[in-house]
Design a protein around this ligand. Structure first.
Ligand SMILES: [Zn+2]
Length: 193
């Protein structure tokens, strides 16, 4: 028997995320409720040494939480593990499909900061039907993150694909977490050094 040449790449949410959402409500009815969960996750993440971003996938009509996500780049040593992509990957695993579509914008992604260039590329392939954004990309740039090359007209491009977009949901609260991360001296890992 020969050993595999390459390792298994594992994606596992931190245990505290599981405990936190289990203590939360069954349903997140409004856009603000959904965003506050993403923001709470971003805040708890920085308190535990993680990146300052949170996200969550919800069943759009009922508000049932399908999957949370937090930024795990530094701890996992993996640049792919942005909060949005973690939430989408966990949701797809739970639902057993790579396409979260299926009509009527069935699933909604809430992201504490609007998606970077990488996540923006991944969202349409995920089949997500609706996107809520808290802080703006410019808010992340202001504390030193690089958002990548995003098309200026990305909101229109998403809408033309049938993805609903709502920005600035609880933006001030989301931005506070970014500022706190900066003030704590958090790692600005997307900067090329
Ligand atoms: Zn991203």
């Amino acid at each position: 028997m020969s050993a595999d040449r390459f390792p298994v790449v594992h994606l596992k949410l931190p245990a505290w995320v599981e405990a936190f959402v289990q203590a939360g409500p069954q349903r997140y009815r409004t856009a603000e409720d959904r965003m506050r969960l993403a923001i709470d996750l971003s805040h708890l993440s920085i308190e535990r040494g993680g990146g300052p971003f949170g996200a969550a996938v919800f069943e759009r009509s009922s508000g049932r939480l399908v999957a949370p996500g937090v930024n795990m780049v530094v701890k996992s040593r993996c640049s792919l593990l942005h909060a949005e992509l973690v939430a989408l990957a966990v949701a797809q695993k739970i639902l057993g499909r790579y396409d979260l579509g299926g009509g009527a914008a069935a699933y909604e992604l809430a992201s504490s900061t609007e998606p970077c260039a990488m996540c923006m590329g991944a969202i349409p392939w995920s089949g997500i039907g609706s996107l809520l954004c808290g802080a703006r990309g410019a808010d992340a740039v202001r504390i030193g993150f690089d958002e990548g090359s995003k098309p200026a007209a990305w909101v229109r491009a998403f809408r033309s694909r049938g993805i609903k977009v709502r920005r600035d949901v609880c933006r001030a609260e989301a931005r506070l977490v970014l500022r706190e991360y900066k003030a704590r001296g958090g790692v600005i890992y997307s900067r090329a050094v």
